[in-house]
Design a protein around this ligand. Structure first.
Ligand code: 5GP
Length: 365
């Protein structure tokens, strides 16, 4: 495991509330239980259950959201999630989350994202670079100036780039989706780079969000779509025709979908453990990663929900290497290649490329 942790990695598909630590989730549940607001024994059972279908995963998210949707918890979770990814040498993280409104807590979609940003600012174990690169270079209040490791008081400090994607949940209305896009536009100078469409794929119609997604793209935001998590041929075709900047999952594709995907060259965010645990693929060996990798289609290994599925990005690399017979050099190249599909600007890309080249030398690859 040590080697997989040691290589630099890029995470492009991580849901904030899905990446929550088990210990934090249980602590928040216990606190609400002590206040008599929930029945802790019932919730504990749901949290600790190991195997879940996709439908059960979404039931768990409903429970998680009851426990986590207040400003203090959102800030804490964002801080911990970034610390956890940084501790396993993730050097660039695109974190996605659904902005939530809760009038009784005085929470607006904007204040929810502000709490996430506070979480990023509260990280102390590593330097977090989340504003656009040009602003980082000029900002006096942000000392993050150099490449992936910063020299601070003579010693090297680790650095992680973080960018945010705002998610539209498939339960939302078209108006609510547009509100999220407008918020993303407003918060571009705080590291928001794009929009994700996620939420239970058995619910709603993606077409509801087409106008908001089109507008987002026209305004220069990046767009990634959860695509093909359930068999829905027409939706998959329509999503691919939209030409998003990336898609996630692609589990229930048929021959025609693969042809369309491959000719479009849309990069795919692949989450092996998540897809296996939700029974979206029969086994890891049978995962479409193998075929896409062989076909040299752009793919990126990701965790999806490291907390919910008890995994880590290092673990996903280890599993992929073992399941598909890939060596360290090939896996390192796969990690490095992910830099080409990030939604950040060219300067960040250049910085990351330098970092990977340096790491390759150090690891004698
Ligand atoms: P949040 O947006 O609250 O930070 O993260 C949890 C949310 O992400 C879930 O409620 C769901 O909308 C979305 N999500 C997490 N994992 C998955 C997944 O595997 N598939 C889909 N479609 N959505 C997911």
């Amino acid at each position: 495991m040590e080697w997989w942790v040691s290589i630099p990695k890029v995470e492009l598909h991580a849901h904030l509330n899905g990446s929550i630590r088990d210990s934090t989730l249980l602590e928040l549940a216990k606190a609400l239980g002590d206040k008599g607001l929930i029945d802790f024994s019932q919730v504990e059972h749901v949290i600790l259950k190991n195997d879940r279908s996709l439908t059960e995963v979404f039931k768990l998210f409903d429970v998680i959201h009851i426990l986590t949707t207040d400003h203090t918890s959102v800030k804490r979770i964002a801080k911990e999630v970034v610390e956890d990814f940084a501790s396993e040498n993730v050097v660039y993280l695109e974190l996605r989350t659904t902005p939530k409104k809760n009038d009784s807590l005085g929470m607006s979609k904007r204040s929810y994202i502000e709490a996430v940003l506070e979480g990023l600012r509260a990280v102390s174990s590593v330097d977090v670079a989340f504003t656009p690169y040009s602003e980082e270079l000029t900002s006096l209040s942000n000392p993050v100036l150099s490449v992936t490791n910063d020299i601070c008081n003579g010693s090297m400090r680790k650095k992680i780039f973080v960018r945010l994607l705002l998610s539209i949940d498939r339960r939302e209305t078209a108006e609510a989706a547009m509100e999220t896009v407008m918020l993303a536009l407003e918060m571009r100078s705080f590291g928001v780079v794009g929009i994700d469409l996620s939420g239970n794929p058995a619910v709603g119609e993606w077409i509801t969000y087409l106008q908001a997604l089109r507008f987002a793209r026209e305004q220069g935001l990046y767009v990634t779509l959860h695509c093909g998590e359930v068999p829905n041929s027409k939706e998959i075709h329509d999503m691919l025709d939209f030409l998003p900047h990336r898609i996630g999952h692609a589990c229930f594709f048929d021959e025609e979908h693969w042809i369309k995907l491959k000719s479009s060259n849309i990069p795919v965010e692949l989450c092996l453990t998540s897809n296996f645990r939700t029974l979206s693929v029969p086994s890891i060996d049978a995962h479409h990663f193998g075929d896409l990798y062989q076909a040299k289609h752009p793919v990126v290994l990701c965790t999806d929900d490291s907390g919910v599925f008890s995994t880590s990005l290092s673990n996903e690399y280890k599993i992929a290497a073992a399941s598909f017979g890939l060596g360290r050099k090939e896996m390192f190249e796969l990690a490095k290649n992910a830099v080409e599909f990030i939604f950040a600007d060219i300067l960040v890309k250049e910085d990351l490329r330098r970092n990977f080249n340096l790491a390759a030398k150090n690891l004698e690859l």
